[in-house]
Design a protein around this ligand. Structure first.
Ligand code: PLP
Length: 395
């Protein structure tokens, strides 16, 4: 049996994998075991923020792994404390909780919201308002707040007390948030839901309603955080609005499993000892990788260059839209961009693979470009060239 046959034989069939066996990666490229070379515009679903085999990430990971790989949260280590300090000093938050994934970071946020809601003596707040078309993960609680039926189907009964407001619909949001609401959770830009940014007036209203009804405003920045949208965190686009909590994962440790919940001072004592935990949370190797990511991202001009590169790509995408009627929209922020097409996204993803380019669908008719943040204009030229060839063929 070859690797793919063995996987079919031994691995639970929960994914539709491409028939490619990745052997190794270098910078912007991935190499398969049969010698094919692919330009990586997917980053393992917006994770490999520094590309592949980045020397600074490798050095940080190697040095840490040689010292100690795991300690549990019964002890302190330097990398996890350094990462907490790094995240706090570069954000508007005051405390961090570490875990291993985006869904887990959202679980921590949900538990914070629930415990906060239950602590209010005169009127317990038990409801969470989430958004239609959202995506927050695959655990039972996070599918319960995910506003897409396809992820929820078959898992009833889900978490009670969840209401969905239509994303970017002010009237609907107003009708859903009230004195029973303990939290409003949203993605500042919906990723899996088709690359849809939130409108400023919607976010302003969410903040106002949360202030009025004393509910927590939670931004799920699992995909948008850590430079992905051209700023360190996407909430910065909505200044002066500041959420009470954000959740992070994906690009934070350049591929090492990590999740984090960042909390404002006012809500930092809701979870106390024994309320929440994670055996692997704050793993020193993951945290060392994350510290290296932040060091690179915060280098002078890194984010500015990233924004220039992103503008270059977006201009090219808009030119393409002018040329081909198959493209119905271009959406995104920074290096989280999607092209909406009038045929299945999976067909375009497949055609790009024929051109040795890896991308990832976001919903049924949007193809997402989420390259490592080290991408250059020349890589986008390769993508635009391939898209031109494909759209000329596909009528
Ligand atoms: N939240 C958002 C916005 C995401 O995009 C994802 C994953 O795609 C998740 C949460 C879940 O993250 P994980 O797969 O690490 O649990």
């Amino acid at each position: 049996m070859n690797i793919i046959e063995k996987a079919d034989n031994f691995v639970l069939n929960t994914y539709n994998r491409f028939k490619l066996v990745i052997d190794h990666g270098k910078e912007m490229y991935l190499f398969t075991d049969d010698g094919r070379k692919f330009l990586d515009m997917a980053s393992g679903i917006a994770v490999s923020s520094m590309g592949h085999a980045h020397p600074k990430i490798l050095k940080a990971v190697k040095e840490q792994a040689e010292k100690i790989i795991h300690t549990s949260n019964l002890f302190y280590t330097d990398p996890f404390v350094k990462l907490a300090e790094n995240l706090i000093k570069n954000s508007v938050f005051n405390k961090v909780f570490f875990c291993n994934s985006g869904a887990e970071a959202n679980e921590a946020a949900l538990k914070t919201a629930k415990k906060y809601g239950n602590s209010i003596k005169k009127n317990k707040k038990t409801e969470i308002v989430a958004m239609t078309n959202s995506f927050h993960g695959r655990t039972l609680a996070t599918v319960s707040i995910t506003g897409q039926e396809k992820y929820r189907k078959g898992f009833d009964p889900l978490l009670p007390g969840v209401k969905f407001a239509e994303y970017n619909n002010i009237t609907d949001l107003k009708s859903k948030v009230n004195k029973n609401t303990c939290a409003v959770i949203l993605e500042p830009l919906q990723g899996e839901g088709g690359i849809k940014p939130a409108n400023l007036d919607f976010i302003l209203l969410a903040r106002d309603l949360c202030d009025k009804y004393e509910a927590l405003l939670i931004f799920d920045e699992v995909q948008t955080g850590i430079g992905r949208t051209g700023k360190l965190f996407a909430y910065e686009y909505f200044a002066p609005v500041e959420p009470d909590i954000i959740t992070l994962a994906k690009g934070l440790a350049a591929g090492f499993p990590i999740g984090a919940m960042l909390v404002k001072e006012q809500y930092s004592k809701i979870l106390g000892p024994g309320d929440h935990a994670s055996t692997f949370g704050g793993n020193p190797v993951s945290c060392a990788a994350a510290n290296a990511v932040l060091e690179i991202l915060l280098e002078k001009n890194f984010l500015k260059n990233l924004n220039d590169i992103c503008e270059y790509f977006r201009n090219k995408l808009f030119e393409l839209k002018g040329k081909y009627k198959q493209i119905t929209d271009i959406r995104g922020l920074g290096l989280l961009n999607g092209i909406e097409i009038n045929f299945p996204a999976s067909d375009l993803v497949g055609k790009l693979i024929e051109h040795n380019i890896l991308t990832v669908a976001a919903g049924s008719n949007v193809v997402r470009f989420v390259p490592p943040l080290i991408v250059k204009n020349e890589h986008f030229d390769i993508v635009i060239d391939a898209l031109n060839k494909i759209f000329k063929e596909v009528k």
